[in-house]
Design a binder for this molecule. Structure first.
Ligand code: FUB
Length: 340
């Protein structure tokens, strides 16, 4: 098999082309990498920045899929999901609203594969107000089409406290399936939230838990919310991503603003989390960074986004990948960013 390179031609996604070498075509700006490995293939799902060069907000309508079997060439599978595929998404936005997402794979008891696309779009409605909400769509093919089995968000505005002041609180879903088959949904902005999912992976099971970025336990005015942990995730901003490596659970996340990549470790998927530090400092030209950590063919990789393509910026980002190196105690060495 191909030995993955230690240097990457970052950003790895550059052109909206069918050329698998990704070396020609029209520049495409991608962000918010979410990775899934199935049958020796890396599925890299990204958001898609369509903002003009002088724009000052996000403009995002669809989710793109890129696949690779060698981490060097990325096949363009095009747009596999759109915010408008959720009937409840707000359709009148001038700037678009397809924020970060996560896709997972699971075989059911009869061995049939299903793919679950969790996405953040604007459109959750409560008391006549709109804000970001998290929905799920399901397919029997990683390239879609994905269909919304519920016709409504999984995480609504009113599921978390203080939504009226913070309509983008419910963003950035990440799902982790533990060794025992139990699944957890993590999400949040400025505060990490999580909830166990039912076996169907589309309904919430039990209570929603939260952890303030500064560890403060607050009395939240909702019976659904229970403060669960006392450990801190310093400067937690957004983009949680949980994975397991050599028996240890890792929570990587975007910290501070402009964002760096920080991480914590735990002996379980629900914490308590031990903060372990920063592995990537803020990057030039972009306020956000959005990490995803994954194993592929004996190596561990970190996907994130930078602003390194021509005319790049905070609303014109690009997905990059680099190798993760661990110390013997499981801590992560600072990531060395590569490019050609
Ligand atoms: O791409 C829109 C938002 O920017 C994402 O939801 C955040 O994680 C940040 O990357």
């Amino acid at each position: 098999s191909t030995i993955p390179p230690l240097r990457f031609d970052n950003p790895v996604i550059k052109y909206d082309t069918e050329d698998p070498t990704n070396k020609v075509g029209k520049i495409i700006y991608t962000a918010d990498p979410a990775t899934m490995v199935v049958n020796d293939t890396v599925y890299l799902y990204t958001t898609h920045d369509e903002q003009h060069v002088d724009g000052n907000d996000y403009r995002m309508y669809d989710y793109r899929l890129w696949t690779s079997t060698d981490m060097m060439t990325w096949e363009n599978k095009g747009a596999v999901f759109r915010y408008s595929d959720f009937d409840w998404a707000r359709g009148d936005s001038k700037t678009g609203n397809a924020y970060a997402h996560h896709v997972i794979h699971r075989k059911d008891e009869s061995g049939v594969s299903r793919y679950y696309f969790y996405a953040t779009v604007e459109g959750g409605q409560s008391e006549g107000k709109f804000g970001f909400a998290i929905g799920v769509a399901v397919s029997d093919n990683p390239e879609g089409p994905f269909e919304d089995p519920r016709g409504m968000p999984m995480i609504l505005l009113e599921d978390t406290a203080e939504y009226k002041d913070h309509t983008w609180r419910n963003i950035d879903p990440a799902v982790f399936i533990d060794n025992d088959g139990r699944a957890y949904l993590y999400w949040g902005n400025q505060q990490l939230w999580w909830v166990e999912l039912e076996a169907d992976l589309i309904h919430l099971k039990g209570e929603i838990y939260t952890l303030d970025s500064d560890g403060t336990m607050q009395n939240r005015d909702t019976s659904q919310v229970q403060i669960h942990a006392v450990n801190t995730l310093p400067n937690f901003e957004e983009a949680p991503y949980v994975s397991q490596h050599n028996g240890l659970y890792y929570l990587v996340y975007a910290a501070g603003f402009p964002e760096s990549i920080a991480y914590a470790t735990s002996a379980s998927a629900t914490g308590p989390w031990q903060y372990r530090g920063i592995i990537m400092e803020p990057l030039p030209g972009t306020t956000t960074i959005h990490p995803a950590m994954f194993d592929f063919k004996d190596n561990t990789y970190l996907a994130y986004h930078n602003a390194d393509l021509p005319d790049g910026g905070s609303y014109r980002r690009s997905v990059a990948v680099d190798t993760v190196h661990f110390n013997e105690d499981g801590t992560i060495k600072p990531i060395i960013r590569t490019s050609k």
